[in-house]
Design a protein around this ligand. Structure first.
Ligand SMILES: [Ca+2]
Ligand SMILES: [Ca+2]
Length: 79
């Protein structure tokens, strides 16, 4: 799986989706779902579901994904 994005593009993408509802600096589960379904649908074709992915990304367990937590997804995408 290889989806190349520049750090700039990823930051813009995060901000675009994070601003949709609630905290504009955090991705809710719904926002993460939209982002992945729209930008990286191939991520959901593997064994991991959106729930798994969200839990993996939300390291501090506050129910939202910060830009810092989002970096885990970035690493996945760029592998
Ligand atoms: Ca948000
Ligand atoms: Ca979090």
């Amino acid at each position: 799986m290889s989806v190349k994005k520049s750090p700039e593009e990823l930051k813009n993408m995060f901000e675009k989706y994070a601003a949709k509802e609630g905290d504009p600096d955090q991705l809710s589960k719904e926002e993460l779902k939209l982002l992945i379904q729209t930008e990286f649908p191939s991520l959901l074709k593997g064994p991991s579901t959106l729930d798994d992915l969200f839990q993996e990304l939300d390291k501090n367990g506050d129910g939202e994904v910060s830009f810092e937590e989002f970096q885990v997804l970035v690493k996945k995408i760029s592998q």
